[in-house]
Design a protein around this ligand. Structure first.
Ligand SMILES: C[S@@+](CC[C@H](N)C(=O)[O-])C[C@H]1O[C@@H](n2cnc3c(N)ncnc32)[C@H](O)[C@@H]1O
Length: 189
């Protein structure tokens, strides 16, 4: 049996209610985001993190391919700047961001064959002192086979593929249970 994870994005209200921001996640991001002035959130979904990432005078740009998720987001936050697009097509190279985020296992939606090309474009969009932050669940090998639109892999594998794209992990933070935030910078700055 195969599982299509993306069907949950057809019910944004349910997704939003069942993926609340945890206290450790909130505290961690508040601290991390403070010195930054521009944020790109890939796979922003319902804007779960917008009250943290998009406030404090920060420039925020969210991107997601699911119209229903963005409609839910914009209903709550009509002033948010978002685009309906696939991250493989979007030319987010026009200006630099100093913070790029892929929250809550969004990274696992990137097709393995497209990882390096997407990372190359994130690298270009990120300022030299910027941070790229991924939130992922720790996964076991047996989790891998059953999905058609979700490609979980271990933290060691994530660090390795990001290393190939020129990123170096400078810290990681356990957020709650299996949830971990991985923080990367450009390796040569
Ligand atoms: C697990 S949800 C996370 C949503 C949000 N970041 C959060 O923390 O609640 C993953 C999001 O990535 C979006 N997504 C998946 N593949 C995408 C793609 N190729 N381009 C743009 N968005 C994509 C989905 O539509 C979904 O909203």
């Amino acid at each position: 049996m195969t599982i299509l994870i993306s069907t949950q994005y057809q019910s944004p209200a349910v997704y939003h209610e069942t993926h609340l921001v945890s206290v450790p996640e909130k505290n961690f991001l508040h601290h991390l985001i403070k010195p930054t002035s521009s944020v790109l959130e890939l796979g922003c979904g319902t804007g779960r993190l917008y009250p943290i990432l998009g406030t404090g005078g920060r420039k925020y740009f969210g991107l997601d391919r699911e119209r229903l998720m963005l409609d839910f987001f914009l209903e709550k936050c009509p002033d948010a700047c978002v685009a309906e697009a696939d991250w493989n097509d979007w030319p987010f190279l026009v200006e630099n961001f100093d913070f790029v985020m892929m929250a809550r296992n969004t990274w696992f939606h990137v097709y393995p064959d497209f990882r390096l090309s997407l990372l190359g474009r994130i690298f270009s969009a990120l300022g030299d002192k910027g941070q790229f932050v991924l939130e992922v669940d720790s996964v076991k090998d047996c989790d891998k086979a059953q999905y058609v639109d979700f490609f979980p892999h271990s933290i060691a594998e994530i660090v390795s593929v990001l290393g190939k794209a020129g990123f170096l992990m400078h810290s990681r933070k356990s957020l709650m249970g299996v949830k971990t935030a991985l923080c990367f910078r450009k390796a040569c700055r």
